[in-house]
Design a protein around this ligand. Sequence first.
Ligand code: UT7
Length: 335
Amino acid sequence: MYNSRISGLGFYVPENVVTNDDLSQVMDTNDEWIQERTGIQERRHVIKGTDTTTSMGVKAAKVAIERAGIDKDEIDFIVFATLSPDYYFPGPGVLVQRDLGIKTVGALDVRNQCSGFIYGVSVADQYIKSGMYKNILVIGSELHSHGLDMTTRGRGVSVIFGDGAGAAVLTREEDASKGILSSHLHSEGQHAEELSLIAPGMGKRWVTDIIEEQDPEDTSYFPYMNGQFVFKNAVVRFSEVIIEGLKVNGLSAEDIDMLIPHQANLRISQFVQKKFGLSNDQVYNNIMNYGNTTAASIPIALTEAWEAGKVNEGDLVVLAAFGSGFTWGSVIIKW
Ligand code: UT7
């Protein structure tokens, strides 16, 4: 039995910065509301025809692979987490295999939204622990901006989300006291529709229904979020799953050197920070600059924290996420 460790990290965000004031030009919103409720100051939106979810993932992956100090042909498996794939099918995992020119390794697509990166890391960790693979590329990437309702009708959702990608290479670690100590995954499908995008899907609305009806009031192909309900569940589940991860390893909140929470809302991160008695230096937030990038938020934040020298050898690093599904999870790492 082996452990896995994160041997390389990278991220990519599109250049195009969209401020809260920019959004107030196209919908009835304002900087004060957005900052007060979410902490977000600006986010990145892909300019149509430039990047895709896959291309952003590929750019982040190239940095991560280089920093891992391996050749792309040493990658044994690809895991791609996103809710905004380039195509309905096939998923972006195979597009990364193609675009990076990696040999014909397996490519898995993860559909766990905000928890996608946590699920992806957990899957990769199991493959490495079992000895099946040595180096696994895990990507979280999202292109939200093209699929949002950018009118006042959609303001409760569209001001929150941003585009970007993050990637990590997980590598076999022989020292059992180092690397990913444990991962913890949960779901509660009872609340599936509380944060969802139901069309196009075979369950309720397929593409032909939308085309036939041509209903200008149709919002089924835009994301829906019951914000307050999601918020209330998020603060409870974030805390629970962090405690679960610490307990399994015989650790407590005092042992945390760095918490990287999924960047859903700065108020949620602050709530969790306070609950665990962590200082500003022990929690990394960047939602101010990028908004909520769903599956990409943790790898972007982790890369930035690492680049800033805030994640160092021997540190206890905790990753935690909650989101649509509902799904939630945590990963406990000895760096
Ligand atoms: O990453 C996945 C997990 N996601 C989350 O964890 C998100 C959790 N939820 C949230 O972060 C918050 O619920 C939101 C930030 C989404 C919303 O904040 P809220 O305090 O729950 O606001 P609300 O939805 O209750 O709306 C309050 C008011 C409403 O107006 P009335 O009915 O009181 O007149 C909204 O219409 O604010 C209005 N509103 C806005 N006003 C200006 C909603 N969106 C906006 C907006 N600008 N963008």
